[in-house]
Ligand binder design. Structure first.
Ligand code: OAD
Length: 250
């Protein structure tokens, strides 16, 4: 492991173009359960696949809105961890030596931004933002005391979280930016994602097809592990600070 880690650290240190893909695993050490582990307490009798869809919202807007309000409250209580911080540091290190850098995240928790990451594509949106269901008008604020979704101030349509639900398309410009970067990079780092959900799962494959160094950080094996140039088995909060050590900060 130490040898693989040293090889990966060296590849990152000299890369001209770096893409990082993150999933729910990077936020696990902040105390946010991964999507499929998230249904505790009040919500344990629901399945996420039954709540995170436009059909569910049409059928029962109040339950879906209240579920997201509950998740939003939990996200607001947690802090970024050493893994998020190491990636924010990597962005600064890359900028200082003129290398390209893009962080592509499937997470909706906003913890990368809270840690200081700026060059970022949020493929699945952000739970802290809200827009209206019919026309996508963004809402900067909304009354929190009323149960269920408040109406859009512009058109009256119910407000919903600005996230990508099952059955919805990803924002095309975000996906295109992620794909372009994955095709151009010389190092691709995949962190804390099961690699089961498309189209994000194809991003490391685009880098692999071009023979680029794909580095995975995950305590569990995934479909990518055997194909990765370097697979680092362990938690992101421990491995990433070793890949981007504090002393590398400009
Ligand atoms: P998953 O919940 O599918 O996978 C989480 C991954 O994180 C697993 O492979 C774990 O082994 C790994 N993991 C757990 N703890 C970790 C740690 N401390 N450090 C590093 N890795 C760790 O989450 P995603 O791959 O993000 O989509 O799921 C992708 C998408 O599927 C989500 O964005 C969501 C979901 O359904 C939408 O909501 C559209």
């Amino acid at each position: 492991m130490d040898e693989t880690l040293a090889r990966a650290r060296e590849a990152i240190a000299v890369a001209r173009s770096i893409v990082v893909l993150t999933g729910a695993g990077i936020s696990a050490e902040s105390g946010i359960p991964t999507f499929r582990d998230a249904m505790t307490g009040l919500w344990s009798r629901h399945r996420p696949e039954d709540l995170a869809t436009p059909e569910a919202f049409r059928r029962d807007p109040r339950t879906v809105w209240d579920w997201y309000a509950w998740r939003r409250e939990r996200v607001a209580l947690v802090q970024p961890n050493a893994g998020h911080e190491a990636l924010a540091r990597l962005e600064r290190v890359a900028a200082a030596r003129g290398a390209d850098y893009l962080l592509v995240t499937q997470n909706v928790d906003g913890l990368h931004a809270a840690a200081g990451s700026r060059r970022m594509v949020e493929l699945h949106g952000n739970i802290r933002r809200v827009k209206c269901f019919d026309r996508g008008h963004p809402a900067a604020s909304w009354p929190s005391e009323t149960p269920g979704p408040p109406p859009c101030a512009l058109c009256g349509s119910p407000l919903r979280p600005d996230v990508v639900w099952f059955g919805e398309a990803l924002p095309p410009e975000a996906l295109q930016a992620a794909l372009d970067a994955a095709r151009r990079c010389d190092v691709f780092l995949s962190v804390g994602t099961s690699g089961l959900v498309e189209p994000a799962a194809s991003l490391p494959l685009a880098a692999l097809e071009r023979g680029m160094a794909v580095i995975e950080v995950n305590p569990q094996p995934t479909p990518l592990t055997r194909r990765a140039w370097a697979a680092l088995a362990g938690p992101a909060g421990e491995i990433l600070p070793r890949l981007v050590p504090l002393e590398s900060t400009p």
